[in-house]
Design a protein around this ligand. Structure first.
Ligand SMILES: Cc1cc2nc3c(=O)[nH]c(=O)nc-3n(C[C@H](O)[C@H](O)[C@H](O)COP(=O)(O)O)c2cc1C
Length: 344
């Protein structure tokens, strides 16, 4: 039996079972992914060997941890607390700096097994552009721009993703230096209307989106000591409990941008059925984060097998046909769509 069995609502495991071939391939902005699963940012650190391990275990693509222009210290321990329903983290986006990133990305790119998405972060608009310039010579397939970490508020103020003009300014600055490399903006669920932010980024040139980053921040208190459990006091929420928020945010971004820009749907995906739900909302690729720790590194393979089973049972030949299908279904039934955004 697989570790996943302890999770509430978990689908039955299919270890060792192989399904007739249906097409899991996704080609996004000219880049081919053998299946839609992608390692989410920050989950397996920044080493070529851990990324290769994920690829070997079925990941269709890899996202690096957020990369800074200079070495960046994270928060003090404890930084993570997990339950069956959610994980709270305040690792504080530690990074050993660009030299280490160059070494590891360079090593991964030799005989690159799957596409690589380089995730960048900065504390100012100017430094987002400089970080992009430092990373682009390593030739990642996409740049993912993390404007949405909820744990950096004390250090840098409100995340850029919480204001449409700020999010657009970062997008514009990165697009000015990114050349042909597609730029995905990683959005925050912690906003009033994620569609408004997505439209502002799209107008500034974004090629796609990643939705969502962690939710909150949240807090957990130790009853005995009456103290917050995390040294940072608050942290970003991830794992199974945030999936409905991810589904809603993806649906809003898809509706706001009329399904014209690809979305890497991320948040609470543990099973093939979770992945399919995010695709129906509008995701083309699926980020897998917290589940890597809970279902082990071969979670990518397990999710692909579960997707295969579902698609085979439902007579779906190409997984790409599922992208945004909920919106088409609402339309077909003459029902109102999810909220559209009108921006002047
Ligand atoms: C321990 C941990 C570290 C993370 N570090 C980053 C990071 O460096 N950059 C980033 O953009 N997102 C980071 N995230 C957010 C994830 O990439 C993902 O968006 C979020 O966890 C939701 O997906 P999940 O529920 O599948 O984990 C981190 C998440 C966790 C749990």
């Amino acid at each position: 039996m697989l570790a996943c069995d302890t999770r509430p609502g978990m689908a039955a495991p299919f270890d060792g079972v192989h399904f007739p071939s249906m097409n899991l391939t996704q080609t996004i902005l000219g880049v081919e992914f053998s299946n839609p699963t992608v390692l989410a940012s920050g989950i397996m650190g920044i080493t070529a060997s851990s990324w290769k391990l994920c690829a070997k275990n079925g990941a269709g693509g890899i996202t690096t941890k957020s990369l800074w222009l200079k070495e960046h210290k994270g928060h003090a321990n404890p930084t993570i607390i997990s339950t069956d329903h959610w994980t709270l983290n305040a690792v504080g986006v530690p990074d050993a700096g660009p030299e280490k990133a160059k070494e590891e990305i360079g090593s991964f790119m030799k005989g690159k097994p799957v596409p690589l998405i380089a995730n960048i972060i900065a504390e100012s608009v100017e430094n987002f552009a400089k970080t992009a310039e430092a990373i682009l010579p390593l030739k990642p397939d996409f740049l993912e721009v993390n404007i949405s970490c909820p744990n950096v508020e004390d250090e840098f103020g409100r995340p850029f993703a919480c204001s449409a003009p700020d999010a657009a300014a970062v997008t514009k600055a990165v697009k000015a230096v990114s050349g042909k490399t597609p730029v995905f903006i990683k959005l925050s669920p912690n906003v009033d209307n994620i569609g408004v932010i997505a439209i502002a980024c799209a107008k500034a040139g974004a090629d796609g989106f990643t939705a969502i980053n962690t939710v909150g921040p949240g807090m957990a208190i130790d009853l005995k000591s009456r103290m917050p459990i995390l040294a940072n006091k608050v942290g970003g929420l991830s794992g199974p409990g945030i999936k409905p928020i991810a589904v809603k945010c993806i649906a809003d971004v898809y509706a706001a941008t009329e399904g014209k820009l690809p979305i890497i749907g991320t948040g609470g995906v543990y099973t093939g059925e979770d992945a399919i739900e995010l695709m129906l909302a509008g995701a083309s690729l699926i980020g897998i984060g917290t589940a890597v720790g809970d279902r082990n590194v071969d979670v990518f393979k397990k999710i692909c097998e579960e997707m295969q089973l579902w698609c085979t049972n439902e007579g779906v030949e190409n997984v790409s046909d599922l992208v945004g299908a909920m919106h088409q279904e609402l339309k077909k039934r003459g029902l109102k769509g999810v909220r559209k955004v009108s921006v002047s």
